[in-house]
Write a protein that binds this ligand. Sequence first.
Ligand code: NOJ
Length: 741
Amino acid sequence: MKVKLLLLIIGLGSYLSVSAQPLSPMDERTAERVDSVLALMTLEEKIGQMTLFTSDWAITGPTLRANYKEDILKARVGAIFNAHTATYNRELQRMAVEETRLGIPLIFGYDVIHGYKTIFPIPLGTASSWDMELVEEAARIAAVEASAAGLNWTFAPMVDIARDPRWGRIAEGAGEDPYLGSLIAQAQVKGFQGEDLSAAHTVVACVKHFAAYGAAQAGRDYHTVDMSERRLRQTYLPPYKAALDAGAGTVMTSFNELDGVPASGNSFLLKDILREEWGFEGFVVTDYTSINEMIPHGVVADLKEASELAANAGVDMDMQGAAYYDHLMNLAKEGRVSQAEIDASVRYILRMKFDLGLFDDPYRYTNEERQQEFVFSEAHRKKARDISRKSMVLLENKKNILPLTSINKIALIGPLGDASKEMLGNWYGAGDGKKAISLLEGLKEIYKGQASVQFAKGCEIDKKGDQNFTKAIKVASNSDVIVAAVGEAGWMSGEAASRSKIDFPGDQLALLKALKQTGKPLVVVLFNGRPLELNWLSEHADAVLVAWFPGTEAGTAVADILSGAYNPSGKLPVTFPRSLGQVPIFYSAKNTGRPMDKNNKYTSKYLDEDNSPLYPFGYGLSYSTFTYKDFQINGESFSMNEKIEVSALVKNTSSIDGKETVQLYVRDRVGSVTRPLRELKGFQQIELKAGEEKRVSFTLTQDDLAFYTRTMEFKAEPGMFDVWIGGDSNADLGGIFELKK
Ligand code: NOJ
């Protein structure tokens, strides 16, 4: 009965966003239950609860331990990750619950990043939808599938602000902006956790990687992070805080150091900010062996010292490092880590096990019937197709070449044209590449009976010299239009996948140039996990569609856009540079004391490149065209408590119904510290019928204008502000206002 009801809600019901609030302190009853368990535990069992080991199912890091089952039986591990499916995890749970002295259930974690088996676009893709309901829904479906397959904990969302496209993990986050990133973080947490952590179809979220992992030096993964506290608080911390405000139950530390102290030993981050300032009530887990990595970081001499530093800094659970497993007992005996510190960690962890309902029914997340019913269900795949097409960003559409309606012959060319596995990108959970729909399959399905689709690969994704341009040119020459499917392989982004170049790997650019020579219209579909350098394309391609890695329904979703079945609506959550030398480049930069002046040598610019990006943050075309006019503001000057109402008239000037993301940007002209040239402060998505116009209004309050002042107070300062409303971060329609004392 319950299953049927859930099916109804998930399959048919329209999605309702859940309300969210921070994880509250334990209620009295839970505290009593937690303490009653704690009172029975030996020190070894407590350390067991603070230990997380991987199973042998998936490898997501450098070391593997072979004996995790023995550890379960000895109650020396409290949580397992990388093990999934109802049957497998039930057996592990049975061992913990039935064969250990206290029978404390295990938590099961996994990287359910953009889907469990039904795979959605990579997070940078979903972020491009700027659609919070959609983001929430993708996370919710991921949770429904994962929780049926034995899991109750996802290592997501990754909310690290990323402004360097060399960094492979830019693919896993929401891009460069703290405002957009915070909203997306909240939507993801709400989707994963729902209203009730103990419900069988939700999982607890783990906001990661705390903190500032995305600012790795030179975009190289795991590299040093160093920044001012102001930048940390202003730009990098807000999405973590937003995720916690939405109730995220766990936090993962990052691999990087911050101001010389690795995050897993950083009490400023884990105690002062997380616990004291933010009042976090869940538990903190390390990233994979990151306690051990404090040795090569060079802040401790050995693993015992590393464990001491981590435990005293506020790390509750050690992922895979066996640092606590091997050393915490002696550290406690020697008084180097107090009993109180250990008990506090165990309480946080046990509390989560109670919240998840595991003490009431340890098997509630291991249900074959639900697994069968929901995992990779028709309804979920349908949703994935919709989410995928809403996540794509149209960068060019010269002479309205798209949509491709009256054509007979399509030449699909390129190494990503028939590459179903690549469509999943990286971190694709239990996704099955063979079941993902390639662009070739998608085009054939959508254009069935209408146009033929001939395919030629042309070259490999990342190998030079291994090419067959001749066949590709022949197929292209014999067509009405070329659809070129190019970009990166799925493994080229994600963890440990930094690149020192952001160009097209292998011979792909040469292939594109050769295709251009045929004189046929050239439509380029990009599959990519990061911004790429697209100068040649922006000039020579007739259309460019950024599809990111679209997931299970890739081919149909792209074909929906190319055919006009869906009118593209995505907007970039990250700046696309003209060249790598401009990186880091982001829209909310500072003005400098010598802003660029082309006629003045001694200004802030390059000799060989413009300062502007190729495609700015917030940018994305539609088959409709929109104009912005008649900016209005409800006054010239405002006191601190007044509401500032701004609006503009947005018109769909085309003959096609479409969706626009209307964006609001603000500049604080003078501050006690320098302020960015503009900052996103709001956005709204509107549907406009052909020819229709709507007035779109935003309200700004002093909270929206607050920042960390010279004295590190978070508040708005009086002065003059610019405000703009438009379709991207270059919006030029706007006005000014004064904020008075
Ligand atoms: C390392 C990654 O940094 C982290 O994001 C992931 O959750 C863990 N490995 C577990 O796979």
